[in-house]
Design a protein around this ligand. Structure first.
Ligand code: CTP
Length: 219
């Protein structure tokens, strides 16, 4: 593949985060990490120096990539911000929006006579928004979105709200796309434009997304 990103540093986040509740339980999500890993590999193949911040997934590290493993949203925040400065950030991770206010030091037991358990959750810090407003902001910041409906409206809203340059939207809840699938389809939006990538294998879509990013880096 061409060296579209030669001399560039690209930080990619991938996978879910796990937010611990107690020593044996956590809140997670169904992100497989495959899309983010494919994007990291495609960026490497395009000549970039790549840092891949990975949530808990069982995927092999693509060759030539620096991988940082994390578990929680807070750890992902620290690892991604710690990997700056970079030319590009691609936030493909499904970072938890909420985390338990407190992690219990011991396994939470059932209370006799009570049928409910209340978990108090607090908002996590937004990694993508923090990167996009960082003093050493990468030239191109890409967010992901997973939507079941009104994909374009929500994705374009995210461009504004998080001040990012591109949003790659997954339509979830349809066959052949999204979290647990090998294949995917992405609708990519930027100010004044957009492009549909796929449907097709995540590896091919990742290469097309990296080509779009390289184009914007040159623009
Ligand atoms: N993201 C992040 N840090 C968080 C939460 C999300 O960096 N704490 C990033 C993800 O990596 C992804 C994008 O934000 O790139 C997803 O945006 P988000 O607003 O979390 O999406 P939804 O949860 O789908 O939005 P909503 O809550 O509006 O449904």
């Amino acid at each position: 593949m061409s060296a579209m990103l030669a001399g560039r540093r690209v930080v990619v986040s991938a996978g879910p985060t796990y937010e611990d509740i107690d020593p044996v339980r956590f809140l997670g999500n169904r992100s497989s990490g495959r899309m983010g890993f494919a994007v990291a590999q495609a960026a490497r193949e395009a000549g970039a120096e790549v840092v891949l911040v990975a949530g808990p997934v069982h995927l092999p590290t693509p060759e030539g990539i620096q991988r940082v493993d994390v578990r929680s949203a807070a750890q992902m925040y620290d690892a991604v911000l710690g990997a700056l400065p970079a030319d590009v950030y691609i936030g493909a991770a499904a970072v938890a929006d909420f985390t338990p206010r407190e992690v219990s030091g011991h396994k939470i037991k059932k209370t006799p006579g009570s049928d409910t358990l209340v978990l108090e959750l607090v908002r996590t810090r937004d990694v993508l928004a923090a990167v996009a407003s960082h003093p050493r902001r990468p030239a191109v910041v890409v967010g992901f979105a997973a939507e079941t409906h009104d994909v374009e409206r929500y994705a374009r809203g995210k461009l504004e709200a998080k001040k990012v340059d591109m949003v790659a939207a997954n339509r979830v809840g349809v066959a052949g796309s999204g979290f647990e699938s090998e294949d995917n389809m992405l609708d990519v939006y930027w100010h004044g434009g957009g492009r549909r990538l796929g449907p097709g294998p995540k590896t091919g879509i990742a290469r097309q997304l990296v080509a779009l990013v390289a184009e914007r880096l040159r623009a």
